[in-house]
Ligand binder design. Structure first.
Ligand SMILES: [Zn+2]
Length: 323
């Protein structure tokens, strides 16, 4: 049995044919997407309706939908019968490209957009500055890009000695943090419930005290003023916890049906990461949009970079023009 056959096809007598039932799902995905539904919304709907995917499972991810929408086999070739007409396929590709551009995701080497994925997402835990991507040996075979603290070089001097990371290393940090979260989704539930319960209890007690003072007509007492101030503070904190809940819900929706990541996922990164903070001792802290932080110590990194600050390294990070 073919393992990489896309959904919508089946093997009959050694020949690939259209699977009538599953091809309907493929066509529906294409038409729903053109109607304006997001990958996530389509995945959610299919999961909820328990529509079977290629492996006859009913957990659909936005990633799987994305792969279906870009699989050129659906237009037909020597092996695969045509399932989607060229015009529909092209419309979908154009639409995806437009969306990508809106989100500023298009990777263009040596432009500001090249910075976009991690731009303003990576921060220096030592001096608080954002990380910037620096390209060395631009245009040569030895070209190498790494993320370094913005204050790494300041006024021609090495100022911040925090660690450097490549795109790939940062992607691995993200994958590892998300996988920990997928493995232990209770990380998303525990803290706020307790916190909220405690706060609402406290708020109720303060309300009662205020009410009592008002009943006794002690309107100008310092005690009442203090209590009203405290109530305002608590109400503010409670609204922050509510926000935590909203953000947590967004993360949970993105994780529905999500298996352990084996590769980087742009949509997940954009949808759930607030920032990644780099520390000089090799600690890397991934902070999710709801404030949850997952830390990792990259020991290998620390050893590597201790010897890494050679003169050659510090002088070469700016773009050079060769004439
Ligand atoms: Zn720094």
């Amino acid at each position: 049995m073919q393992t990489h056959m896309p959904i919508g096809y089946k093997m009959v007598d050694g020949k690939i044919q259209i699977d009538k039932e599953k091809s309907k799902t493929v066509k529906k995905i294409y038409s729903e997407y053109l109607k304006g539904k997001s990958l996530l919304a389509i995945a959610k709907e299919l999961s909820e309706k328990e529509v079977p995917n290629a492996n006859n499972k009913t957990n659909w991810t936005h990633g799987a939908i994305g792969r279906i929408l870009e699989n050129i086999k659906y237009m037909g070739d020597e092996v695969y019968p045509k399932l989607i007409d060229n015009a529909t396929f092209d419309k979908v590709q154009i639409k995806r490209k437009q969306k990508e551009n809106q989100l500023g995701r298009t990777a263009q080497p040596n432009s500001m957009k090249n910075q976009s994925l991690f731009a303003n997402k990576i921060f220096c835990g030592e001096c608080g500055e954002p990380y910037r991507k620096y390209t060395e040996h631009s245009g040569k075979a030895s070209e190498k890009s790494r993320w370094k603290c913005k204050k790494y070089i300041f006024k021609n001097r090495v100022l911040c000695r925090n660690l450097f990371y490549t795109d790939e290393e940062l992607k691995l940090v993200f994958i590892s943090a998300v996988n920990q979260l997928i493995k232990n989704q209770r990380l998303l539930d525990k803290p706020h419930k307790k916190e909220l319960a405690k706060m609402s209890k406290e708020l109720l007690a303060i309300e009662n005290q205020i009410h009592k003072l008002e009943e006794d007509e002690k309107f100008s007492s310092q005690e009442l003023a203090d209590l009203i101030f405290k109530r305002a503070e608590l109400t503010y904190s409670t609204s922050k916890v509510d926000d935590y809940e909203v953000q947590t819900q967004k993360i949970k929706e993105l994780l529905i049906g999500q298996n352990q990541l084996t590769e980087f996922d742009v949509e997940l990164f954009k949808g759930m990461i607030d920032k990644i903070t780099i520390y000089q001792d090799g600690k890397v802290e991934t902070q999710f949009i709801n404030g949850l932080k997952i830390c990792e110590i990259l020991e290998y990194k620390r050893k590597d970079e201790k010897n890494g600050y050679s003169k050659k390294d510090s002088g070469n990070h700016t773009a050079t023009n060769e004439i």
